[in-house]
Write a protein that binds this ligand. Structure first.
Ligand SMILES: [Cu+2]
Length: 200
């Protein structure tokens, strides 16, 4: 009786361990998200993606996420993606080992804007998982790391120079207007006087 319940506990413990394998949801580029002009190789550096982990792209709605082949990744080709995702939040489950390739499909965001990232997934390993979880916790976003304005919207931010005058008519111009009318009035008076003189 005692032995069998002990064995049962052992089985339950093993089952519990198996189901609580550490899985990490990686936010691509952490709190700054999927955006242009980011060194994604640098973001990947030091991370070990394992089967069971997920990667989540957080982005402004004018970006998207295309999963592509290695060849299309290399040339930033957007015409035949394996899958296309939009809406601002896309999660991929890393269900098997191997390398997956992701790019942004908006023109030039991949080629000029560095929006390409490849994720290599390795088999699950508990020790590495624990290490990665620790690293992820240490790198938790701080309130100070606010997202910078997206480079794409620079055109919208253009406004009139701060020093530009509110109107093109200074107040002094209207104040001097009567002076221009004075000679004209005087001339008109002379003309009338002359006409009166002729008539007489
Ligand atoms: Cu984009």
């Amino acid at each position: 009786m005692k032995a069998s319940s002990g064995a049962l506990l052992a089985v339950m413990a093993v089952a519990a361990l198996a189901t609580t394998a550490l899985a990490i949801d990686y936010r691509v580029n952490d709190s700054l998200g999927w955006d242009t002009y980011v060194d994604y190789d640098k973001w990947i550096d030091g991370k070990t993606f394992m089967v069971g982990d997920t990667i989540t792209f957080m982005y402004e709605p004018y970006h998207n996420v295309l999963e592509v082949t290695e060849a299309d990744y290399g040339s930033c080709a957007t015409s035949s993606p394996m899958s296309t995702h939009s809406g601002g939040k896309t999660t991929f489950e890393l269900t098997e080992t191997g390398t997956r390739y992701f790019i942004c499909g908006i023109p030039r965001h991949c080629t000029n804007g560095t929006m390409h990232v490849k994720i290599s997934t390795v088999p699950y390993d508990a020790a590495t998982a624990a290490k990665m979880e620790e690293a992820a916790a240490a790198a938790a976003p701080s309130p100070a790391s606010l997202p910078s304005p997206p480079a794409d919207t620079y055109a919208d931010a253009k406004t009139a120079p701060a020093g530009a005058p509110a109107t093109s008519t200074p107040a002094s111009a209207s104040a001097s207007a009567p002076r221009y009318q004075q000679p004209a009035a005087a001339l008109a008076g002379l003309v009338i006087a002359a006409l009166v003189a002729i008539a007489a």
